[in-house]
Design a protein around this ligand. Sequence first.
Ligand code: TMP
Ligand code: ASP
Length: 262
Amino acid sequence: MKKGKKLYEGKAKIIYATSDKSLVIQHFKDDATAFNNLKKANIEGKGVLNNRISEHILINLGQVGIKNHLVKRINMREQLIKFVEIIPIEFIVRNIATGSLTKRLGIEDGTVLDEPLIEYCLKDDKLGDPLISKEHILAFKWAEKKELEKIDKQLHRINDFMVGMFRGVGIKLVDFKVEFGRFKENGKIEVILADEISPDTCRLWDNVTEKKLDKDRFRKDLGNLIDAYQDVARRLGILHEQSNIRPIKFSKPTAVKIKRNK
Ligand code: TMP
Ligand code: ASP
């Protein structure tokens, strides 16, 4: 599949056209941003890890009937995906209260929620991705009622599946954000899961120690982000125990004096 021109560049990914109009290439960058682009960094190896982790999760979700945009991974940083029209909403699912929920409503950090809580945010960096209601979505026609009903059902199924998947490897799925898009095929339009699911878009805590294994390491300046993402990848069986996805850096050779025997 030939890589065509750049169609869109976001904060963490780039989308390229291909020779097939219904498919595009999603390229994972190493850029990390938080607080709507106020905080930025380039973290070597992050894109490669997110490409692999997102691929793993979307393949597994596909196998339990959650249709999504993934076609196949092409290389370390890129995957072939279906070209969708993204619905401009960030769909957030929470199992444990933390992050903006605790700040906004004064709920104690770490409160375990009786039921998964769904929140909707408008995807608009300039407005700071404001929290909106279902009624806003319908009033401003960001999605249709039927689409929203289907998405809500899928959010619960995605959450159930991912909670189980992560629990099996000793990780609590605290919350996550997903996006959906409209895919046109044979004159029909279908809403499918899109974007990525990775430690950039989830909060993942170690089951025992509650160590953060996600982008909060960057947001909160906790350091060792790559080690945490690698830990997630290893536990999911994507990386082998000893492997390190970062390119090996060779230290400068030190000069050694060789004594010659005269
Ligand atoms: P929040 O607590 O900051 O609202 O984040 C909720 C979840 O959504 C968390 O897993 C991080 C994820 N998220 C994104 O993926 N992108 C975003 O722009 C924001 C604000 C949150
Ligand atoms: N993704 C958002 C940003 O780039 C916010 C976040 O993930 O915290 O600023």
